[in-house]
Design a protein around this ligand. Structure first.
Ligand SMILES: Cc1cc2nc3c(=O)[nH]c(=O)nc-3n(C[C@H](O)[C@H](O)[C@H](O)COP(=O)(O)OP(=O)(O)OC[C@H]3O[C@@H](n4cnc5c(N)ncnc54)[C@H](O)[C@@H]3O)c2cc1C
Length: 463
């Protein structure tokens, strides 16, 4: 065992989006930075290695796959698809490592960190120990999937990370959890040829969506071969001699069983704080393990910041990046620092086919708040002036806008349509800058594009 020591201006724990961005920028400014990442397979963090990038790359592969149901050829295609995904993630991982490693002021350490004092960390790398002393410490340790106890003990239960390492396409895939991650995986694997069943504990499918949008999403998933069981309470799972698993569950008290070859636990994620010995530094957490932060993302210790999923904010890569901007402003003494309070509107996308993108509030929320709203909505199949959907062969879905009847401001939009993952960013910017629904309706947009759908949908308003 060897023990060594490093002094730094800034120590970053975790190679996620926010942490690596801060490490690179502070290093370029000449501050001595130590980046500590527990796994060489995770340089670049969750997004690049086991999250956004591999899932969207696999979705792209699924779109290119010929044929429908599970076949030997389909299985072979899966092997080819996974190979392409891993080549991409491997290249991005190497690029991310090099981005920091080539900076003179930044030292990348591969090992698991925990606090030993207010400013001190110990990093374990096999038998070796490194102590790090830093004036400023940034926590960017992310979150991990939670596998519920009902699913424990089965060899077929996988997380997002292990499913993305699978070398064979599961013939029957059960997904426990009908949240956004569960539905994304359902849509991808159904397109790859698996028989997919989603067991969702919630009684109401996609409860945060307006019912008309949720119905449209459910219809599209069903047409793609996904079965969604709402109100499903999983009791346990047993592996049989043939290698398959039987999941016991109930719906409204009625006992049921589902046989599956693989089971994805998509039942939520928990902040990675338990191994950090936060007590040694006096850093407070909430009950679920998220680090408590103020509007500048300082923890209960002002020199320790927390960015990304670990602080309990919305779990998206671009939110982790925005967290990095907030911390950079605070560390740099910006005159008008960005804070959590002035973050404002942000868009989200669930990468189904077509993608489901949202910003602002739903009709149900608006009416619940007593707002006087006008609704503009249309099914994509009925939109004559948006041929883009038919050109790319994705004519499903709908576009819906919630508009303030008095001010003509767009309060919310839900675009379940081709290219919505791009259009939603334009809309968010427009909403942030007070562009009215009428101005958006009369915009000059390229043709054929999904954006020109705004011309038509916003013209179809009802009170
Ligand atoms: C399947 C899936 C799909 C997703 N798709 C999208 C998407 O399309 N778009 C989107 O915006 N978001 C998506 N997300 C969410 C997104 O990936 C996360 O919100 C984002 O990656 C969070 O990054 P982070 O900065 O919090 O840290 P992370 O990227 O999670 O990095 C944390 C790092 O800390 C390391 N670490 C933890 N503990 C220690 C320790 N004690 N010592 C040293 N290192 C440690 C970990 O190994 C890890 O590399 C997806 C997530 C999943 C799981």
């Amino acid at each position: 065992m060897t023990t060594s020591h490093l002094d730094a201006d800034v120590a970053v724990i975790g190679f996620g989006k926010g942490g690596k961005t801060l490490a690179a920028n502070l290093g370029r400014e000449g501050r001595r930075v130590v980046m500590i990442e527990q796994s060489a397979q995770m340089y670049g963090g969750t997004c690049i290695n086991v999250g956004c990038v591999p899932t969207k790359a696999l979705l792209q592969q699924a779109h290119e796959r010929p044929g429908g149901e599970f076949t030997v050829a389909g299985e072979r295609w899966f092997g080819h698809a996974m190979g392409a995904v891993h080549t991409l993630t491997g290249a991005l991982r190497a690029k991310n490592f090099a981005m920091l490693d080539t900076l003179d002021a930044v030292t990348v350490v591969t090992g698991r960190a925990h606090f030993t004092g207010l400013h001190t960390l110990e990093v374990e790398a096999g038998a070796d120990r490194l102590t790090v002393n830093a004036a400023t410490i940034i926590l960017n340790t992310g979150a991990r999937p939670v596998v519920p106890p009902e699913l424990a003990g089965s060899a077929n239960v996988l997380t997002n990370a292990s499913l993305l390492q699978a070398d064979a396409l599961p013939c029957r895939l059960a997904i426990v959890g009908g949240g956004y991650l569960g539905l994304e995986f359902a849509s991808i694997f159904a397109r790859l040829g698996s028989q997919v069943t989603v067991l969702d504990r919630a009684e109401t499918f996609a409860a945060r969506l307006d019912r008309d949008v949720a119905l449209s999403v459910r219809e599209v998933l069903t047409a793609q071969g996904v079965t969604v069981v709402s109100g499903a309470r999983v009791g346990g799972v047993a592996d049989g001699p043939d290698g398959a698993s039987t999941i016991r569950y109930s719906v409204k008290g009625e006992a049921r069983a589902l046989v599956a070859d693989r089971i994805l636990a998509a039942t939520g994620r928990r902040a990675n704080t338990d191994g950090l010995a936060l007590d040694a530094a006096g850093v407070d957490t909430y009950a679920r393990g998220n680090v408590t932060v103020n509007a500048h993302l300082q923890t209960s210790q002002p020199h320790i910041y927390a960015v990304g999923d670990v602080n309990g904010g919305p779990q998206f890569t671009y939110i982790s990046l925005d967290d990095a901007r907030i911390v950079a402003d605070h560390l740099g003494g910006a005159a008008n620092p960005r804070t959590l309070e002035n973050r404002g509107l942000y868009p989200t996308t669930v990468f189904l086919t077509p993608p489901l993108a949202q910003v602002g509030i739903t009709e149900e929320e608006a009416r619940g708040r007593g707002l006087d709203v006008v609704i503009a909505s249309k099914a994509v199949a009925e939109m004559a002036a948006m041929p883009r959907a038919r050109i790319v062969g994705v004519p499903e879905g709908m576009m819906k806008f919630v508009i303030d009847a008095r001010t003509d401001q767009v309060l919310g939009a839900c675009l379940f349509s081709v290219d919505s993952t791009e259009v939603i960013n334009l809309l968010t910017l427009a909403m942030r800058h007070g562009v009215t629904a009428s101005e958006l309706q009369q915009g000059i947009y390229t043709h054929p594009s999904a954006t020109e759908g705004l011309n038509e949908v916003l013209g179809a308003r009802r009170g």
